[in-house]
Design a binder for this molecule. Structure first.
Ligand code: AMP
Ligand code: MN
Ligand code: MN
Ligand code: MN
Length: 295
């Protein structure tokens, strides 16, 4: 069976490996299809493609967009698109500005809580203000021994509802899907069980994503239960979505995750990569056996 990981992070968002290191680690883990999906950034795609070109791995351009739906932050993954498309560059420039602005607001909130000057430290970890995220601030608090680990930093200060969990005016769900569909991307609702939503709200979110033109839904992570009696798979099938799979690998901050280790798309759902001609071409070019035996 083909080993696929379509949700990973590098140093161009809150991952700890460079795009090059990430690709080489995926090769060692025998991953055949890898998507780099940094938060609101495609800056790692070109370096990742350069390395992947010399390896037996199909590298897919990806991005994990922070979007707003009914006032809540939802993550939409876009896959397999031309990463230099001008519409995308424009959207990401706006997201980068919001990220930098929100970074300063998080630092201000942390200063009020007694932790001064976290912005500069977080920026250094993030390779620039446009890539800074809550995980970088969590790491700063760990380095300063304010908390024992990243999880504690989120629980006390950074997770939704806490004092330093500043929200931003991210692009809305519909516009994000429209832009990504406009450049030919496959759009995926990321980690659908991780949002704090009631069952009714969750169904509403799935419908809104479908109405917006969304293509697929990500399988639950290995750590999450897929819901009572396969609720997630049933819903994906009934609503006519495709399915995607990914580890959400971040490197050293989540040492229990590994590239390529994720809940696989079940046989009775259509996997997103089956619809990609580039994958089929890659298989033919590399004489791969996966084309006809892939799960
Ligand atoms: P941001 O896009 O900057 O708001 O950060 C979102 C990222 O923070 C996620 O992708 C995770 O890497 C991390 N994160 C969010 N919530 C938690 C949590 N409760 N515990 C640990 N990490 C978290
Ligand atoms: Mn993250
Ligand atoms: Mn996410
Ligand atoms: Mn992610």
């Amino acid at each position: 069976m083909v080993r696929v990981d379509l949700h990973t992070h590098s140093t161009f968002s809150d991952g700890s490996l460079s795009p090059e290191e990430l690709v080489m680690r995926a090769v060692r883990q025998q991953v055949q299809i890898l998507a780099l999906t940094d938060h609101d950034s495609v800056d790692g795609i070109a370096p990742a493609l350069n390395v992947a070109a010399h390896q037996a791995i199909f590298l897919v351009a990806g991005v994990e967009l922070s979007v707003l739906w009914e006032g809540k932050v939802i993550h939409v993954i876009a896959l397999n698109f031309p990463h230099e498309a001008p519409q995308l560059t424009k959207l990401l420039r706006q997201q980068h500005e919001l990220r930098a602005e929100r970074g300063r607001a998080i630092a201000q909130a942390l200063a009020v809580l007694g932790f001064q000057d976290t912005y500069e430290d977080a920026i250094k970890l993030a390779c620039g203000p446009e890539h800074v995220g809550r995980l970088h601030f969590a790491q700063v608090l760990v380095h300063r021994a304010v908390v024992n680990d990243v999880q504690q930093a989120f629980d006390r200060y950074l997770r939704d509802g806490r004092k330093a969990a500043i929200s931003a005016n991210w692009v809305n769900l519909q516009s994000a899907v429209e832009v990504m569909k406009g450049i030919g991307a496959t759009t995926v609702l990321a980690h659908p069980l991780r949002y704090t939503l009631s069952a009714t709200q969750k169904r509403k979110l799935f419908c809104a994503f479908k109405d917006a033109g969304g293509d697929a839904v990500e399988m639950a992570s290995l750590q999450e239960s897929a819901g009572p009696s396969g609720w997630l798979s049933d819903t994906i099938r009934k609503m006519g979505f495709r399915a995607s799979q990914g580890s959400d690998f971040h490197g050293s901050s989540t040492p229990w995750l590994e590239l390529g280790r994720c809940r696989p798309v079940p046989d009775d759902l259509e996997a997103v990569w089956h619809a990609w001609p580039q994958w089929q071409e890659w298989c033919l070019k590399h004489g791969s056996v996966f084309l006809h035996s892939s799960g």
